[in-house]
Design a protein around this ligand. Sequence first.
Ligand SMILES: [Mg+2]
Length: 159
Amino acid sequence: MQIAEEKLTFYYNDNNLKMPSYHIIKAALKERGDYLVEFYNEFLIDIYVLLDKPDSKYIAIDWDNTVSADRTFFIDLIQRFQKADYIPFICTLRSPDKGNVVEIRSLLEETNIGIYLTDGCDKRGYMRDCGINVHLWIDDFYPGICREACSLLIENGIE
Ligand SMILES: [Mg+2]
């Protein structure tokens, strides 16, 4: 695997370390040499991995400053999730115009995954309205997922 120039620090709260999805992420990070922290420190963390519905198979992955921060790593991670029967998809605050979809689709190359563009709406509410309960949120900007002090953040040890 290509070694990225800049290492990323991921956060996965230590209440959730028994989740099979955690082991997939941990293995991928270990190979790449990225960091994983299990305590909340907003100054240290680049990308948050937040557990929402433990039994769901859907994994929502942000685009800007998440996948775009290291496409090679995320394409590999998406494929690892798919092999383990998870359903990863892109969920971005970008507006739902065709140019955004085409750009994201083309940069993801060999992966064929769903792309949801919420147009600035909070992602958790948007996906719920689409009838999708999310297992994990992978995102550099958690306020885009839900409002401050929502149960998702509290359950993941944030604030
Ligand atoms: Mg982002």
